[in-house]
Design a protein around this ligand. Structure first.
Ligand code: ATP
Length: 443
């Protein structure tokens, strides 16, 4: 009788394989998935592209890690193959610190969920993850300093409360580093036609294409959207002369705002933490060099300096705040500089309450409709036409230039995780991988 080998579940996570000079962790994922397809594995989910805390200092671009979950007969063969790919394709000579993790189990342990949640909004020191190398069914590999293991572990433990998709198309090798040519009008039209199911492809306010990166990485464009079908059909609207290598659709946490779920611990106010704070504006905003706006807020236990930066295009709102306004802010803690203590860099500004601004002015003569003149300190006021007198100044309410509400940066200033306006009320429910959708293709 032939012995039937049982299928095993294998979760794979990897991160930090790229540098600013080249490569991209998603491209490595595209290569690995193409190899896995040839090895007859069963995919349990779409490849996952998880963005972690955008405020950590050593990210290359968007702090993204990739996870792949499969069922396979010979996990050891697959592990060897993936390890070889990570070693072969990582840009170690230019500073990448790759991390690769295998979890050979259907059940994901709780400590991975916890680690993943913390990686989304805090800074984790790499020494603190050494303990995971001793855990059962978990295998950790790293090159360089091991920093990549944080993302690699985190992506396996990531629990999506909402998700979106991104189709990433890849260039052929000889095109890496050359200019990407794609017609702006096509992108604009594509966005107009698919705006209910795709997002952040084009910024109409700044007339800017947002799907093409600028660096030397292998990505030609990335189309973000609500479901795999939408991003695939949107990509078919974009004809171009460049012959691409192929594409892959990732399930992501982009556009979910998940890094801002937690309230910042004001007492510690640790640098590189992301989250929200509530407070009362306690200083008149100042406009500083470069057009950035800074103001203080008073929270339960501390005064905090907040910064709204020019590229967000919400500085015109921030500069009109005044003492007493109540605000709810999302963002990240920037470390202290030589000149300033820690600053809260704002990613969204929600004005909850605006105070009335009152101005004192000389009383109006009801008969002559003219402001009276002061008779001197504590001497009262007198109408110069009819001689009518009054004792006190009038208090007048000045109309505010801003309204209560939520203000989000302009699309081109969004981070990968920023929840765009059109997604404010959207939440995608978990969906199984569809066998009828061509989520990866090589041309
Ligand atoms: P790309 O978006 O192009 O893939 P990247 O911005 O993801 O690049 P990486 O080169 O992956 O940049 O660098 C991010 C590094 O930070 C990785 O080593 C990752 O493991 C690590 N990291 C992720 N989250 C945290 C965190 N919360 N604390 C500390 N390190 C983290």
């Amino acid at each position: 009788m032939i012995k039937q080998t049982k299928m095993q579940t294998l979760h794979i996570g990897f991160d930090d394989t790229d540098s600013r000079k080249g490569m991209c962790t998603t491209y490595l994922a595209y290569k690995i998935v193409n190899d896995l397809k040839k090895s007859n594995v069963e995919f349990l989910d779409y490849p996952r592209l998880v963005r972690f805390n955008p405020n950590i200092p050593w990210k290359t671009r968007g702090n993204g890690a990739v996870g792949i979950s499969i069922r396979v007969k010979d996990p050891e063969k697959i592990k060897k193959m993936v390890k070889n790919s990570v070693t072969k394709y990582s840009d170690i000579k230019n500073g990448a610190n790759p991390g690769l993790v295998f979890l050979q189990d259907e059940i994901i342990p709780k400590f991975l969920f916890d680690l993943s949640e913390i990686a989304l909004y805090k800074l984790i020191h790499r020494n603190s993850i050494k303990k995971y190398s001793k855990k059962d069914r978990l295998e950790l590999f790293n090159l360089g300093n091991g920093q990549g293991l944080i993302g690699a572990l985190g992506v396996i433990g990531y629990r999506f409360s909402d998700h979106t998709f991104e189709l990433l198309s890849y260039r052929s090798k000889q095109k890496f580093g050359s200019k990407r040519v794609i017609e702006k009008n096509l992108v604009k039209k594509m966005q107009e036609k698919t705006s209910a199911s795709t997002f952040n492809s084009y910024d109409p306010k700044n007339d800017q294409v947002l799907i093409t990166p600028n660096g030397p990485d292998p990505v030609f464009y990335g189309i973000r959207g609500e479901d795999p079908k939408s991003v695939i059909s949107a990509s078919k609207m974009l004809s171009h002369d460049e012959k691409l290598d192929g594409y892959m659709v990732f399930k992501t946490n982009q556009g979910t705002g998940d890094h801002l779920k937690n309230e910042i611990d004001i007492e510690k106010f640790q640098p590189y933490t992301s989250g929200t704070i509530k407070g009362t504006v306690s200083s008149i905003p100042s406009i500083e060099k470069g057009g950035h706006v800074f103001f203080m807020i008073n929270t339960k236990c501390k005064n905090i300096r907040c910064g709204v930066y020019k590229p967000t295009q919400i500085t015109h709102i921030a500069k009109n705040l005044t003492i007493g306004d109540i605000v709810y802010l999302g963002g990240g803690v920037r470390k202290a500089s030589r000149k300033y203590s820690r600053v809260f860099n704002i990613e969204f500004l929600h004005i909850k309450k605006l105070v009335n601004i009152k101005k004192l002015e000389n009383p109006l003569c009801k008969k002559c409709k003219k402001h009276m003149k002061s008779e001197g300190t504590h001497q009262g006021f007198k109408c110069i036409r009819c001689g009518k007198t009054a004792h006190e100044k009038n208090s007048k309410i000045i109309p505010r230039q801003i309204k209560v509400g939520l203000y989000i940066p302009t699309t081109s200033a969004h981070r990968h995780l920023t929840r765009p306006k059109e997604r404010l009320l959207k939440r995608n429910l978990p969906k199984r991988l569809s066998k009828n959708i061509q989520w990866i293709d090589t041309f």
